[in-house]
Design a protein around this ligand. Structure first.
Ligand code: EPU
Length: 337
């Protein structure tokens, strides 16, 4: 079923007003292939999950698809499980299901908004784990001819919040499902940031995934606003990577600078830079940077895309001026230019 002139204000977690010219929510691969086949030549195409990592900058022309394929299937082989998940499954529903069954691997990714199908697009990550660590393969339909194409994890060009689906081959494939490999035994990953402090002195092998999930949920709830209460799209900028020399110059001025070693230099905490640039808890019009996590841009009510653009530009300019660092926007701008 195709809905015309569909309201998308509830289909993006920043709650920006926008409409889709034509909107479909295909619940099977067949329905998805049909929607693709019925598309006019050259008609624009957009794919959304829960809309938790997008900035809607105006209406979406052409066809918008929200894949609604469901199902979580387990194939257990001794100590591991292959889990195949439909693209429309809510990510945290999947995490909760695997953890309840005692499988390890997704607990650090608890409570990330979005769908399973959107997870590979930006290689979601949190607390030292990213999707690429547990992903086996991604099933897609090729937009050009509707044929199924499977990508093994090694071929997805995963990087920090990036993949072939988001970058090099953007728009060519629609993700229909993902397959993960999870473990029954082995240590949990609790060496990162807030988890390290919480579990200091605990043997990671003695932890069960439910305990780690609970800690992640508490940590996220204490810092990250729930989009249903305060609309947002998670981290609004990527954590920037700078050269070691650049890092050393900053560190000399700000000894408390937060940075982590990275293969191309040092990765800085964008939230720290934004806070030091004076933007934590500060608003510009109806939007602002969150009071508990300066990296999250929030809509206090009634914001339009222009408000988001203005705040993002102001934050970026101040961070550039103070630290000589260029912040890159993390959520995808649609319909894009
Ligand atoms: N910090 C500040 N001020 C702030 C925010 C952070 O000084 O306002 C400092 C913190 O004290 C900490 C450091 O910056 O020392 C890192 O902060 P945090 O652990 O909160 O993580 P992050 O780097 O800001 C990243 C991801 C999050 C993910 C968390 C937890 C990105 C862009 N963001 O944030 O992912 O949940 O780590 O692992 O990589 C998302 O992608 O939407 C997202 C929320």
């Amino acid at each position: 079923m195709i809905e015309r002139n569909a309201d998308l204000s509830g289909a993006n977690t920043l709650a920006l007003p926008a409409r889709a010219e034509r909107l479909a929510r295909p619940a099977s691969e067949e329905a998805l292939a049909e929607a693709l086949a019925a598309r006019a030549a050259g008609e624009p195409l957009f794919v959304l999950g829960q809309g938790s990592n997008i900035v809607l900058d105006g209406d979406l022309p052409g066809l918008t698809l929200i894949p609604a394929l469901s199902g979580i299937e387990y194939r257990e082989q001794g100590d591991t499980a292959r889990v195949t998940v439909g693209a429309g499954v809510v990510w945290d529903t999947l995490v909760a299901d695997t953890v309840t069954r005692g499988w390890r691997g997704l607990e650090n990714l608890s409570l990330i908004p979005g769908t399973a199908g959107a997870a590979p697009f930006q290689n979601i990550g949190a607390y030292g784990v990213e999707l690429a660590d547990v992903l086996d393969s991604v099933d897609t339909l090729a937009v050009a001819d509707g044929r199924p194409v499977r990508f093994e994890a090694a071929d997805c060009e995963f990087d920090y919040r990036d993949s072939l689906f988001k970058s090099r081959r953007r728009g060519e494939f629609i993700i229909t499902g993902i397959t993960l490999t999870l473990r029954r035994h082995g240590p949990c990953r609790v060496d990162y940031g807030a988890l390290a402090a919480r579990f200091a002195g605990t043997d990671p092998a003695s932890l069960d995934p439910a305990t780690v999930r609970q800690a992640v949920i508490e940590q996220r709830r204490s810092k990250l606003p729930d989009p249903r209460e305060l609309p947002n799209a998670g981290s609004f900028f990527k954590n920037p990577v700078v050269s070691t020399a650049h890092h050393d110059r900053l560190k000399a001025v700000w000894p408390e600078l937060v940075a982590f070693p990275h293969r191309d230099g040092m990765k800085l905490a964008a939230g720290w830079l934004i806070e030091r640039a004076g933007w934590k808890g500060r608003s510009l019009g109806p939007v602002g940077m969150h009071r508990d996590q300066a990296l999250v841009l929030v809509n206090h009510g009634g914001a339009r895309a222009a408000d988001v653009r203005a705040l993002a530009a102001a934050v970026r300019a101040d961070v550039r001026q103070r630290f000589d660092v260029d912040l890159e926007q993390e959520p995808v701008l649609l319909p894009g230019r």
